[in-house]
Design a protein around this ligand. Structure first.
Ligand SMILES: Cc1cc2nc3c(=O)[nH]c(=O)nc-3n(C[C@H](O)[C@H](O)[C@H](O)COP(=O)(O)O)c2cc1C
Length: 194
């Protein structure tokens, strides 16, 4: 613990090329490949969904995942209020859903839905798996859970959820890298020696 605190304390004192400015941090994150997921929630506070890359496994005992949501976003407010969520890991052919749930169609959906408050339903025309109480997108790998903890960290809130139901998919994953959606390709295996 002591060593970790020491390195955190010195992190802000590094100068030059290695300084962790906001822009340099974002530049590094562009180089990191992430799976693309849609976090959804439905309950008394309403239904909503948003595209996320900040999702990962926490524990298998009990099955637990985390997702980082911008604290002042609608999705963070509704996940907190409903206390339940589903993480939908998208397949390589589902980039239109990533665009939709990142707000890319909000203007046209709001106009079609006749909303004057700018709050639209992103689920219109989206196929859902009816076996689940939370919105699981058909064709995605789904993790439905109950929110157990929420921690503020900078601009975002870390939501930790215990997983209670799973949806399977054998689709190849959709990946976000260098500001765009990508597919994975296998690495050629070198022959084993010795
Ligand atoms: C590829 C990609 C990854 C994203 N990852 C996150 C994320 O991890 N957390 C987050 O809060 N927003 C993330 N966003 C932004 C949200 O999808 C976007 O702000 C969305 O409109 C939030 O919806 P809301 O404002 O209605 O709640 C991501 C967007 C894209 C395109």
């Amino acid at each position: 613990m002591g060593a970790m605190h020491e390195s955190l304390a010195t992190a802000g004192q590094i100068d030059g090329d290695t300084a962790a400015s906001r822009d340099a941090f974002i530049g590094n994150m562009r180089c990191v490949a992430n799976a693309v997921s849609v976090v959804t929630t439905d309950g008394a506070a309403g239904r909503h969904g948003a595209t996320v890359s900040a999702f990962c496994s926490v524990s298998a005992d009990p099955p637990t995942v985390l997702v980082c949501l911008k604290t002042d976003s609608r999705i963070a407010r509704l996940v907190k209020a409903n206390g339940v969520l589903a993480l939908n890991v998208l397949g390589a052919d589902q980039s239109p859903l990533a665009v939709r749930f990142a707000g890319g169609e909000d203007a046209s959906l709001t106009a079609v839905q006749g909303r004057s408050d700018g709050v639209c339903d992103r689920f219109v025309g989206v196929a859902l798996d009816a076996r689940f109480s939370q919105p699981v997108l058909t064709g995605a790998i789904g993790f439905c859970g109950v929110v157990r903890q929420m921690h503020d960290a900078g601009s975002h809130t870390v939501c930790i959820a215990e997983v209670e139901a799973l949806a399977q998919s054998d689709a190849q994953p959709l990946v976000y890298h260098d500001g765009g959606y990508q597919r994975i390709t296998p690495v050629a295996q070198e022959p084993q020696h010795g």
